[in-house]
Design a protein around this ligand. Structure first.
Ligand SMILES: Cc1cc2nc3c(=O)[nH]c(=O)nc-3n(C[C@H](O)[C@H](O)[C@H](O)COP(=O)(O)OP(=O)(O)OC[C@H]3O[C@@H](n4cnc5c(N)ncnc54)[C@H](O)[C@@H]3O)c2cc1C
Length: 372
């Protein structure tokens, strides 16, 4: 019998366990989770809103892990503060019901735990180890293959390979506006980084805020009174989405790129943020991680030759990783450059994107479904 260990029960590790149980029910699967069995702390956990692509939506539905409160995006408006050029993407242009959905981290974490509990209920070969102190866990010979899904945030990771510190952090929280922004996603590039307003589970007059800036600026902004913060936010965003009335649950995350060159070793494999951590400018981290998990589960179910399955997995993930990491890195850098030619080029790029429908559609499809 094949034995598989998964270290880390964040969204990607949990999704991987679900697909493995569906596709390889005869395998012995062990999941090592830092959290307790009780779901209460999970539902009250990280409330940051994540943009989930249509591709991920379909993948998550295949395991019954779709959270109820997940507002859809029907229109994305991209602009560039103080410069010409803008692009608008509508769901009708791509003939899709939605361009994506916004889901809170805590909600997707909880939905995946509950889905896994259901799928695993009748599988005698599955072991879910809770409250695991990972430092005390001997990772040697845990199983025929160990899947690393320990994830983590940039700067918290104790490994560095393809590495770029953008000198940015993101202030995340919610904002209340005097305008109904239901199903609208706004991304505005400022000199310090992108500023996004995304649909919120709190209702149409609320948005999820992600405001990227230099870490010193973010720290300074977080120390402002709500009134001063709202004034700066309004100046940076303008009035297209309305007037900001209130903000809440503000906190910051360091941003950067940290990706592994090799995502497999002998009897070991890395998925999700344990394989690559990216800037959230294009909202791709979890989406890419779910595709990692799904492809790995497919490869491991197809064979008894595990090392060969890992080699196939690495090959199959190469194009999607390269395209998604490359596009995200490009966007994170080009929109913060202060060089005049780059500033003109990005205005032209946004305008051409708006005019050249096939390019816009191809780019949006890559972001919605990844490279297949
Ligand atoms: C501000 C911000 C906005 C973002 N927006 C988006 C977005 O819009 N769309 C999108 O797709 N992505 C987005 N992301 C990225 C997304 O959050 C990550 O890609 C995603 O959470 C990765 O999931 P994961 O399961 O791989 O890792 P994690 O979410 O980090 O989960 C890993 C789990 O493993 C546990 N763990 C850690 N170390 C160990 C260990 N040694 N042993 C066992 N367990 C361990 C952790 O406690 C955690 O539960 C954003 C990220 C940030 C910071």
């Amino acid at each position: 019998m094949k034995t598989i260990a998964i270290i880390g029960a964040g969204p990607v590790g949990l999704a991987c366990a679900c697909w493995l149980l569906q596709k390889t029910p005869e395998a012995s699967i062990k999941l090592y989770d830092k959290f307790s069995e009780n779901d209460e702390s999970i539902g009250n956990g990280d409330s940051r809103g994540l943009a989930i692509s249509q591709g991920s939506h379909l993948l998550l539905k295949s395991i019954g892990a779709w959270p109820n409160n997940s507002p859809a995006i029907h229109k994305i408006h991209v602009s560039h503060r103080g410069h010409f050029g803008r692009a608008v993407v509508r769901r009708e242009e791509l003939q899709q019901e939605a361009l994506g959905h916004i889901v809170r981290y805590a909600d997707i974490h909880l939905a995946l735990r509950q889905a896994l509990k259901k799928i695993a209920a009748h599988n005698p070969h599955f072991e879910w180890h809770f409250n695991v102190k990972m430092d005390e866990l001997s990772k040697e010979n845990l199983a025929d293959v160990t899947i690393h899904a320990e994830g983590g945030l940039f700067k918290q990771q104790d490994w560095q390979e393809i590495y770029r510190d953008y000198q940015q952090s993101a202030i995340v929280g919610w904002a209340k506006l005097d305008q109904n922004n239901a199903h609208l996603a706004w991304e505005r590039f400022t000199e310090e980084g992108p500023l996004a307003l995304l649909p919120s589970h709190k209702g149409p007059e609320y948005s999820n805020l992600i405001w990227c800036g230099h870490p010193d600026s973010s720290n300074r902004r977080l120390s402002l009174s709500p009134k001063e913060f709202i004034k700066e936010l309004q100046d940076a965003f303008g009035t297209r989405a309305g007037h900001f009335l209130e903000v809440g649950e503000l906190r910051s995350y360091d941003l950067g790129l940290n990706a592994r060159k090799n995502i497999i070793g002998t009897k070991e494999v890395w998925i999700g943020n344990a394989a690559q951590t990216m800037h959230p400018v294009a909202g791709q981290g979890l989406n890419l991680g779910l595709r990692d998990a799904h492809t790995l589960a497919e490869e491991l179910s197809n064979t008894t030759d595990i090392q060969n399955a890992l080699i196939n997995y690495q090959q199959r993930r190469q194009a999607d990783r390269k395209a998604t990491i490359g596009t995200t890195d490009f966007l994170a850098r080009i929109f913060t450059s202060k060089l005049k030619p780059v500033i003109w080029a990005r205005g032209i790029a946004l305008s051409s994107l708006q005019l050249a429908s096939p390019i816009k559609q191809a780019l949006t499809r890559q972001m919605m479904f990844g490279q297949r």
